[in-house]
Structure formats: C-alpha cells, structure tokens
Design a binder for this molecule. Structure first.
Ligand SMILES: [Zn+2]
Length: 180
C-alpha cells in the first residue's frame, strides 16, 4: 500500500517526490498492455483512456497521467516541483525519450506556439549527448539538483539525457558560465 500511496502522490500532484519509488508489478503490466510502440513517428501511443488530451489510467481510484507514470517507470522519480513535458507534442505519447523535465512556466510556454516552433526546428528531437541542445532552465535545474546532494552526476546525466562529463562541466561552471 505504501508503494501505491507514494506513486499516487508522485503522479497526481506537482509535489515533492524525491527518492526511489517502487512501481508495483500490476501497474506496470496494465501500463504496457495499453501502449502501442509501432507508430511511425517513434511515439509510444497510449491506447487507453484520455483526459485533457493526455493518456490516463486509474490507480487506486485516482486518475493519473500516464506520461508521468512512464517517467517514473524509467527514471524512478520526478524531481521536486518539476513537470514532465513532451518533446514530440503528442500528448498521448509515453516514450521516455520524448519526455523531458521542465518547470510550470515551461509547460505554459510549451502550450503556446513557442514550444511547438522549437520542436519544428529540431525535428529529430533526440538530443543524444549534445549539450548544446539543453535548455537554459535545464542547466539551472541540473545545478540545483546537484546542490541538494540527492543525485550523483551519473543520475543527473540519466535524468537529463546527457553524459556524466557534461553534467560535471555544468555543475563546476566549466560550461554555461553565463547562466547563473
Ligand atoms: Zn512521442
């Protein structure tokens, strides 16, 4: 039960969940049974229920957004007060490589045309290890998260999809010095 409670909190609220979370087997099974990985776009489309354009699923009588659930399944947690946003602009998509962390204001921007234009200019949308594609707020976020001593450089690299070396250079202000 504890596991489910923590999971509910993490997925439903925009609120703090730091630390590792166990995703119960049954939830994973239900999740995967409704994901279609065969889209040409590379999106993993949610075939289940939809709420506000986003895929959703009931867990313990609560409706949760499945793109957030996907993030937790792949990355274990959602750093405090961050949102999970779509690179691909497809709200039904749960492909972890199409998702990224952002702030609430990023989310607002994303909903306006700015976000959409960004993706049109970067159609491949895969960042690989290229640090130049990190956004300014991500640099700030990486430094913040490193400062609270909860994440190793390696974990931060995994969360933001950049290399260990890149993260190390960012937190030591060897790169992106102009961003404070
Ligand atoms: Zn997608």
């Amino acid at each position: 039960m504890e596991g489910i409670k923590a999971l509910n909190l993490a997925i439903c609220g925009s609120n703090p969940i730091l630390g590792t979370m166990k995703i119960l087997k049954g939830i994973r099974r239900r999740f995967w049974s409704k994901v279609n990985k065969k889209c040409e776009s590379g999106c993993w489309e949610w075939m289940g229920a939809i709420r506000n354009g986003y895929g959703c699923m009931k867990i313990n009588k609560k409706t949760v957004d499945v793109h957030r659930l996907s993030w937790i399944i792949f990355h274990k947690n959602i750093p405090e007060s961050l949102w999970i946003l779509h690179r691909c602009d497809n709200r039904k998509c749960v492909n972890p490589s199409h998702l990224f962390l952002g702030t609430h204001s990023d989310n607002m921007q994303d909903m306006c045309s700015k976000g959409r234009h960004y993706f049109q200019r970067n159609p491949s949308s895969a960042r690989k290890n290229s640090i130049c594609k990190l956004r300014k707020n991500e640099i700030i976020q990486i430094r913040k998260l490193y400062k609270i001593n909860k994440y190793t450089l390696k974990e931060l690299g995994q969360i933001f999809h950049v290399s260990f070396t890149n993260v190390s250079q960012i937190v030591n202000f060897k790169t992106w010095k102009e961003i404070r």
